[in-house]
Design a protein around this ligand. Sequence first.
Ligand code: SF4
Ligand code: SF4
Length: 378
Amino acid sequence: MIYNEYGKTGIKVSAIGMGGMRFENQEDPEACASLVKAAYDSGINYFDTAPGYGKSEDLFGIALKEMQKTRKEKPFYVATKTFGGNPADVRKDLENSLKRMGLDYIDFYHVWCIMSLDNYRQRVNNGVLKEFEKLKAEGLIKHICISTHMAGADIRPMLADYPFDGMLLGYSIMNFAYRTEGIEAAAESKMGVTVMNPLGGGIIPQNPSRFSFVKASPEETVVEGALRFLMNDRRISTALVGFANKPQLAEAIRAVDGFYRLKDSDVSRIKENLRTSFNELCTTCSYCNVCAKKIPVPKLMDAYNHYVLANGNPDSMIGRLKWHWGIEIEDEMFGSCNQCGLCESKCTQHLPIRERLETIKSEVEKAREKKEKSKPAK
Ligand code: SF4
Ligand code: SF4
C-alpha cells in the first residue's frame, strides 16, 4: 500500500480509502463487516461513511470493534459527516455516529455536502463551525473537514474563509476539469484532499471500451487505469473506492500495487483523450453557468453524461441529480428554461444544451408520473 500525508495533520493515509456506501448487501452484516476488515488487512487505513448511507455506520461499527484490538500498532482513521445546520443538530449527529460505530472520537468530521457558497455561509452563520471547534476541544473529533460538490472556482473562496484540515470532493477522470481548481486551492492551503466517486459512480467500469485509453496494457482494467490517474496527482491524499465486494477490493488493491508514476506526456495524452473521445460529453468546465433563470446547467449536463454513458437509462441521470447534486425531480427549475440559448453559446464543447435540457425535462416528467402512480391510493 502507498501512504500519503493528509495535509498538515501528520497523519499518513492509504492512497485508496474505503467508501462505505456501496456494500453489496447491507442486509448481510457479517459479509459487510468482513469486507471492511479485509480492506483494513490489505493496508487501507482510511474509512469513510455517513449517517445517510443506509446502515453503513452500523456495519462499520461491527468491523471497527474487531479492528480496535490492533489499532495501536496498525492505525486506522474514520471519517463521517453531518448535514446538521445548527449546533444542536451537529452535536446530535456526532453522538449518534459515535454510538453506531462504537467509537470515542471521529478522526475526520465533515461539514457535509456544501452545494453552494450561500449554503456554506448559512451553515457558518448558524454556528456550525463553532460547534465543530467545541467538539474538537472536547476531543470528540480530531480534524475539521468539509465536503462539497461545488465547482472549483467556488471552492477557492470557501477554503480561503476557514482553515479546514481537509476536504472531500467528487473527482474522477470524468470531471477533473470542473474540480481541479478546488484541488489546487486545497493544495495551496496544505489541506488533506479526499476524493470520492473516483470511478464516476460506476460509469467508468461499466463502460470499459470507452475508457480504455486510461489503461497501460490490455491486461489492466479501466478501474486500475482510472485510479492510477488519480494516485498520480500528488495533491490528492486518498481516493475513496466504494468496494461492493471482495473482488472489487482486490481490483483496487491491484491498482495500488501496480502503481507507477505517469510521465507528464502520459497525463497530457489522457487529458487530450478525455477531451476528444468524449466530445459528446460535458467536461463540467462550467463556462455555461450563466443562466439568468438560475438553471444550474453544468450540473444538469453532468447528470446528462450519466444518461449517455448508461445508454439512455433515465435512472442513472435522475440518481445523479438527486444523490450527487441534491436536485429532486420536483424542482420547478426543470420547467423554467425559455430556450434563450445563452448557455449553449458559451459551451466549450459546443454541446446541444437546449436539446439536452428538453430531454432531461421530459425524463423528469416521466419520473414524476411514475412516482405519483406508485403512491398508495388514499
Ligand atoms: S437556454 Fe435555458 S438554461 Fe440556457 S441560459 Fe437560456 S434559459 Fe437558461
Ligand atoms: S455544457 Fe459545455 S460549457 Fe457547460 S459545463 Fe458542460 S462542457 Fe462546459
